[in-house]
Ligand binder design. Sequence first.
Ligand SMILES: *[C@@H]1O[C@H](CO)[C@@H](O)[C@H](O)[C@H]1NC(C)=O
Ligand SMILES: *[C@@H]1O[C@H](CO)[C@@H](O)[C@H](O)[C@H]1NC(C)=O
Ligand SMILES: *[C@@H]1O[C@H](CO)[C@@H](O)[C@H](O)[C@H]1NC(C)=O
Length: 363
Amino acid sequence: MTPVYIFLCVFLISFLLDDHQVHGSKVFKNESSVCNLYEGTWVHDTSYPLYNASNCPFVEREFNCIHNGRPDKLYLQYRWKPAGCETPRFDGQEFLTRFKGKKFMFVGDSLSLNQWQSLTCMLHSAVPKAKYTLTRAGGLSTFKFLEYDLSIMFSRNAFLVDIVGEKIGRVLKLDSVEGGKLWLGVDTLIFNTWHWWLHVGRKQPWDVIQEGSKIYKDMDRLVAFRKALSTWAKWVNTHVDPGKTQIFFQGISPDHSNSTDWGDASGKNCFEEKKPLFGSIYPIGEHPAQMVLKDVLNLEAKSVKLLDVTFLSQLRKDAHPSVYGIGGHRTSDCSHWCLAGVPDTWNQLLYASLVKYCPNVGC
Ligand SMILES: *[C@@H]1O[C@H](CO)[C@@H](O)[C@H](O)[C@H]1NC(C)=O
Ligand SMILES: *[C@@H]1O[C@H](CO)[C@@H](O)[C@H](O)[C@H]1NC(C)=O
Ligand SMILES: *[C@@H]1O[C@H](CO)[C@@H](O)[C@H](O)[C@H]1NC(C)=O
């Protein structure tokens, strides 16, 4: 063997051994540097989108923007291009074969629903003839490809910690994760929580917050979010064997409700935005909830990989349903994402991460 090959082999072995330390955005390396999948730009690519949402019979109406009358289509044809490498094109057939017999579960709010629907549409469109079942029970939806015995599930759980009805009202329990029972025995878990922490008034689904024996009428929401994430991290560390289960956290999904965030002083929302931003920074900078999340993952949940989708999604002010979502012309949805669309990229990056994609060493 030439020295180069020996070097590559040593590198490859160390890459494999090093896997448990691969965390956050640094998904794979080559000999000279690290390719960060989450730093890059959106490029126009007419081979996208990956599917036609109208051929995905189970897609929720709120995400099928074209069906709801969205006239422009350019937003469907952007591919995420990391600066130092390419992401693999999604291969649904390969996914099904590779993960035969496995269970995936997205746990979180409607942004998890968005990503779950995206993945099931991506897979269904790759193998439109493959038999599937879709069942719903309580907050759990299970999409199963029968011949592959592969389940892709969605568990609606907006806070990850529990809300319990008691005499004093609905109690948000910052140090309780009874809901976690549902997550046991799953092969790949993808969590998310954030948006519901901001709700006040009628949309706030709890009356008081409890931590230990203390009851609070309210508290700084970013602080409460952090405490809940710490509780969740302890649950993960106690109940999940990282050798058997892969755990991801879907990074904070950004809203585009106010254009001052992206440097347009008018203060308009995402309606009629037709193009992404192309810079290498987002004017308003890093999302505060994302900073808290990164901190908790780095310090308290080292076995969890961050699907670091915040920045690439911040650039996509054009990709929300706006008035072509569920509310029709009365409301503008600038927080969910049209399908096909941005969550497909989140799933491609999830896939790249799962297959330990490493283009620069050809492994
Ligand atoms: C998507 O599918 C629908 C229904 O089959 C069809 O009417 C429409 O033309 C398709 N759109 C594209 C862009 O292929
Ligand atoms: C390693 O990755 C960097 C960027 O991440 C790239 O510029 C370089 O060409 C890669 N090296 C090899 C040998 O592929
Ligand atoms: C948008 O943000 C700016 C700056 O924070 C603020 O002054 C303005 O009121 C906001 N507009 C809306 C519609 O919320």
